[in-house]
Structure formats: structure tokens, C-alpha cells
Design a protein around this ligand. Structure first.
Ligand SMILES: Nc1ncnc2c1ncn2[C@@H]1O[C@H](COP(=O)(O)OP(=O)(O)OP(=O)(O)O)[C@@H](O)[C@H]1O
Ligand SMILES: [Mg+2]
Length: 335
């Protein structure tokens, strides 16, 4: 049974540690207990990529639509990822995110999108996953063997699928947990920055995260990642389970992060319509492979994307994927 003082991240793999830490904090009163709970949360984050980074300012010199000529912010070459030594979740994929771009990685359930994000964030170990082949370059530096904290220090932070907040901590405490290596002034500036992006969080700062709405929780998850001042933000399905108006709000914030602060963004989404609405470029994954890529405009015009990912009838009398033979789609995508 979890008490209110138990630090819960929503991540089952860390629950035991969290519970152990939390039980030790029960005897600590008031402010001291609050501090202890945040420390516990920080200890958990140390195992994950959402962590403080000394990399400093966000990339304010990035052009809003991507900087031509400079090395890619993130480049993946021929990546292959296997779980448990047997399940090949990602097969020979290559992709590129240029500085200041929003690049979407689209695909249906089980396509391998999250696995790609886990690989670039250095967190595959926790799930018995392994990079079998390929390379990942962050600003030109090879990171396929780097630890999650090292990748965060290099300036890339992931906002994981399902948000994984510390459910029993307040909004404020969740934000502080994302910045534990920073001094007081930087921490205060970081929080102000998050509150300027999500003004609603300022009013909710003392509320328990677990009681917030899904949209508010997503804001906290993004805010917590921003506390480490990343240059690249990797977002895993930020629209998941949210109402249309809330998705609009979140996606406006993602755009603002790129336009106002020059952040480079890798956006994993099942919601192709929304993602193509803000992305410069997108890749579509199926069964661990990239089957199509192009600018958002090109993909929006593609008949298969319109039909299968945007839910638009192309006028050829086909309304669902099961009405079409798989080889036909593959043939057209690969041609
Ligand atoms: N920890 C794991 N152990 C074994 N297999 C896994 C693990 N995580 C994912 N897989 C498998 O790898 C494949 C890709 O999963 P992944 O989570 O990357 O897909 P996804 O595109 O993110 O799907 P979704 O849209 O449902 O989140 C799936 O077949 C999945 O079952
Ligand atoms: Mg996923």
C-alpha cells in the first residue's frame, strides 16, 4: 500500500526503490520531509534521462526551420535494437534531426517508435534491450554506448510515454526533481521559465501531481524535462489520452519551445495529423522499419498517409486499411 509520502514516478521499474526511500522519510516533519521527498525523486531520476544537465542555455542560435550546413543535432544510422536477445524491435533505421527542427516519428502501435527514443536516451538497459548494430550521433558525437545521465549532460532529454511523474509530489517538487544539480538561482530561473511556458502550472505549483488532469500532468512532464535546460527534447506521445483542445495547447507549447527558444525536437506520435501540423519533417515506422519519410507537406499529400494515418478518404472508395492488400501499400511507399 502506497502512502502519500511515497514517491511514485508511475514507472513500475522504480517503484521498489521509491517505496523503500519513502518509508525512511515518514518520520521527517514539515519542510525537512518535503526536501527528503524531492531528494528521493531526484535519486530516481538519476536512473533515467530526465536529469539535470550542465549544458546551459537552450540552442538559441538555431534557425527556426533547421540550420542547413551544420551537423545534424541528432543522426541515427542503420540502428538495430533487440530486446531480451531475441525480439528485434528496430531494424536498420536511419534518421536525422537538424538543429532547430521539429521532426516527427510516426507509426501505429508496436512500430518501434518508443524503442528508438529509448535507444537515443540510453535507457534500453533497464528493459533488457540492446543496440545490436548502428550508430547514434548527438551533435556529431557518438552516444550509442553512452549512459543515460551522460546523454542528458550532452543536452538531450526525453519526456517518456505516459508522463511518469512522481505522482505524490507536488508540481513544484516534480520540477525541482528535474534540476537537482543546479544551484538555487538557476533552479528558480528554470521554474520561472516553465511557468512562463505553462502559466497554469504556477497556480497549481503546490498541488499533488497525481491529482492533476492529463493535460496538466503532460505540462509538468515537459516542464520537468526543461528544468535541465536541454538543447534537444525527445517527446514520446505527448497527445496520448488528451482531449483535442488540450492537445492543441500542448502542441502550441512545443512550437513555442522551438520558435522562441530554438529547441530541437524529436516528436514521437501516433496522432499523425497533429504531428504533421507542427513538424518540418517526418518519418513513418512500421514493424521496426522506416517505410516513408518526407517533409510534412509531402506526407500530407501522400495518398497512403492521407488514407491510413490522417483518416482521409482518397476518393478511391477505400475507407480502411483492411480493405487494402498490404503489398499494395508497401509497393507504393517503396516506389
Ligand atoms: N521491454 C520490452 N521487452 C520486449 N519487447 C518489447 C519491449 N518493449 C517493446 N517491445 C516490443 O518491441 C516492439 C516495439 O515496441 P515500441 O514500444 O517501441 O513500439 P511503439 O511504436 O512505441 O508502440 P506504441 O505506439 O504502442 O507506444 C513491439 O513489438 C513491442 O512489443
Ligand atoms: Mg510507444
Amino acid at each position: 500500500m502506497q502512502g502519500l509520502d511515497t514517491v511514485r514516478s508511475g514507472d513500475e521499474s522504480h517503484m521498489t526503490t521509491a517505496t523503500t526511500c519513502a518509508s525512511a522519510s515518514l518520520a521527517v516533519p514539515g519542510e525537512a520531509r518535503r526536501g527528503r521527498r524531492v531528494e528521493e525523486a531526484q535519486a530516481l531520476l538519476a536512473m533515467r534521462p530526465v536529469q539535470a544537465s550542465p549544458s546551459g542555455e537552450a540552442g538559441r542560435d538555431h534557425a527556426s526551420s533547421g540550420t542547413q550546413g551544420s551537423p545534424p543535432a541528432l543522426a541515427i544510422h542503420n540502428l538495430q535494437v533487440v530486446y531480451g536477445g531475441a525480439i528485434e524491435a528496430v531494424r536498420d533505421i536511419s534518421l536525422e534531426v537538424r538543429p532547430g527542427q521539429i521532426v516527427a516519428l510516426l507509426g501505429s502501435n508496436g512500430a518501434g517508435k518508443s524503442t528508438v527514443l529509448k535507444a537515443v536516451s540510453g535507457v534500453l538497459d533497464a528493459e533488457d534491450g540492446e543496440i545490436e548494430k548502428g550508430s547514434i550521433l548527438l551533435g556529431g558525437q557518438a552516444i550509442e554506448k553512452a549512459s543515460a545521465p551522460a546523454i542528458v549532460r550532452l543536452g538531450m532529454v526525453q519526456v517518456p510515454e505516459g508522463r511518469r511523474l512522481f505522482q505524490t509530489l507536488t508540481v513544484d517538487e516534480n520540477l525541482i526533481a528535474g534540476a537537482h544539480l543546479q544551484d538555487g538561482a538557476k533552479l528558480a530561473a528554470g521554474r520561472e521559465y516553465v511557468f512562463s511556458l505553462f502559466p497554469r502550472l504556477a497556480d497549481l505549483r503546490h498541488n499533488i501531481a497525481g491529482y492533476l488532469s492529463g493535460g496538466e500532468q503532460q505540462m509538468v512532464a515537459i516542464g520537468r524535462a526543461l528544468m535541465s535546460r536541454p538543447r534537444i527534447l525527445a517527446l514520446d506521445e505527448p497527445s496520448l489520452g488528451l482531449a483535442p483542445l488540450v492537445i492543441t495547447e500542448i502542441f502550441h507549447s512545443i512550437q513555442a519551445l522551438r520558435e522562441q527558444d530554438g529547441l530541437t525536437i524529436l516528436l514521437v506520435e501516433q496522432n499523425a495529423n497533429r504531428a504533421l501540423g507542427i513538424a518540418d519533417y517526418a518519418y513513418i515506422m512500421e514493424n521496426g522499419r522506416i517505410v516513408l519519410d518526407g517533409t510534412s507537406e509531402q506526407l500530407r499529400r501522400n495518398a497512403d498517409v492521407r488514407e491510413f494515418y490522417l483518416g482521409l478518404n482518397t476518393g478511391e472508395g477505400r475507407t480502411s486499411m483492411k480493405d487494402v492488400k498490404h503489398y499494395k501499400r508497401r509497393k507504393r511507399w517503396l516506389s
